[in-house]
Design a protein around this ligand. Sequence first.
Ligand code: NAD
Length: 504
Amino acid sequence: MQTLQNFIGGQLSESHSGRTSAIYNPATGEQIREVVLSSPAETAEAVSIADKAFSSWSKTSPLKRARVMFKFKALLENNIDKLARMISEEHGKVYSDAVGEVTRGLEVVEFACGIPHLQKGEHSANVGSGVDSHSLMQPLGVCVGITPFNFPAMVPMWMFPIALATGNTFVLKPSEKDPSASLFLAELLKEAELPDGVFNVINGDKEAVDTLLTDPRVQAVSFVGSTPIAEYIYQTASAHGKRCQALGGAKNHCVLMPDADIDMAASAIMGAAYGAAGERCMALSVAVVVGDETGDKLVEKLKQQISQMRVGPGICDKETQENDMGPVISSVHQDKICQYISSGESEGAIVLVDGRDFKVQGYEQGYFVGPTLLDQVSPTMKVYQEEIFGPVLCVVRVTDYQEAIQLINDHEYGNGSAIFTRDGDTARQFGEEVQTGMVGVNVPIPVPMAFHSFGGWKRSIFGPLNMHGNDGVRFYTRMKTITSRWPTGVRMEHHDSSFVMPTM
Ligand code: NAD
C-alpha cells in the first residue's frame, strides 16, 4: 500500500507521526493508498521552511516570479491528462469534468502570469508642493491554504498561484480524501524552477490545521470547505492575528419564470444539479418554479432527461462512452445523502426519481447515489434548509417572482443563484435584489472567471475578500503608501516644524 507523504523544502518528506488516513477509489469502494496525518512538530517544520524561503523569494522581481508561473502553466498543460486521471480516481468525478477543473485552475495561473502589472501600486506626483506619494503592494509572508475534497486541483489553484506570484511562500493542507493532485502540483512547481521551500504540502487533519492556525509565523489563511469548519477557521485565525478568507457551504437556487425557454433551462439545470454528483459548491440544488404549469413542464422534462443519464465510474475504457456522473466521495457521504432523501420523503416531498439503492453493474461496492428529483419541497423541510452536497434536486413551487426572491434571500447561504427568463427587466431586478455573491442570468453555474473574484454572501463566506481576481491580489498583499520629499531640491522654502495634521 502506497503511503503519500509531505512535500517540504522542495522534496518529499517522510512523516513519523504514526497516523494515516485511507484513500479510496469511490467508484470501486477499494482502498487505493493512504496518506500521512502530520504531527504538530512536522507541520511547524513546514512553516519554518516556508518562513526561511520568504526572505529571498519576496525580494525577487515580479517578472522573475511571473516567469516561474509561465513555466508552471506550460507544465500543467502538458500534464492535464495525468492530473485529470489522478483526480477522477480519488474523487470519482468523470474524466472530462476533471479536465474542466484543471482548466479552471490553470486560468488562475494565467492571471498570475500578469503579476508585474497587477502588483504595480499607484503613484501621484505633487500631492503637495515638491511631495510625491506612491504605494507598494508587498507580500505578507507565509500563507496557508486549507482545501476541500471536491476540487483537489482547482481550489488550491484559486490560492497559491496568486500568493506565490505576489512574493509570498505557501503551505498547502489539502483534503485527506484526495491529496495526490496537490503533491503532483508541488512537483510541477519545482520543475518550473520555483525555489525550494517556497511551496510546501503538509498532509493532515485537524491537528495540522490547528497548528497552522496558531503558528505566529503564518500571516494569512485561505480556507474552502463546509460552513461550520469555515467559521471555526475564520474565528481561530482571526483570534491569532491572521488575515483570513474562509469560504463555506451553499444552497444554490435557480428561479424558473413562466416566460423562460424551458427546454434550455431544463438542460442547464440537469448539468448544474447532477454534474460532479452534486458535489460542487456551485451545484444547483433548488429549482424555484413560478406557477404550477411551469413546474409540471419542468419536472416532466427533468424526469425524461434523468432517465437517459449515464451513471458509472469516472474513467471508462476508450471504447466505452463517458458517463455523465460518477460516484460520491465516500460510503459515509453516500449514506448521509440517502438519509436526506428519506427525510424529505417523510416530511412530505414527492420523490419523483429515487437515487437510493442505486447500483452500477460491475461496481456494486462503489459509492453511487442515483440522480434524485424531489417535488413539492417546502422551505420548512431539512432537505431544503441544509446543504446535501449530492445529486439531489429539490423543486419548490411558488406563485410569483416576489415569493421566489424572498425564499432565496431568507436562506442562510448566499453562494450562487440563477434566473431563467426571457424578460430583461425581471433579470435586471433579480440581479439587483438577490442576496448571493454570484448570479447567473440564463446561466446555471455562474462561476466567475479567474480575472474576476469568486465568493458568496451570508454564511457562505467569512472575511471581506473573495478568491482570485483583484481580491486575490489584495488578499495576498499589504499596502504601504510612501510620501516623499527631497531636501536638496531648489524648491525647499523653510524647515520649520509643523504640529498640525499635514494637509499638504
Ligand atoms: P470540510 O469542511 O470537511 O473540509 C475542508 C478542509 O478542512 C479539509 O482540508 C479538512 O481536512 C479540514 N477539516 C475538516 N474538519 C476540520 C476540523 N474539525 N478542524 C480543522 N480542519 C478541518 O469540507 P469537504 O467535505 O472537504 O468539502 C465540501 C464542502 O466544501 C461543502 O460544504 C462545499 O460547499 C464546500 N465548498 C465550498 C466552496 C466555496 O467556494 N464556497 C468550494 C468548494 C467546496
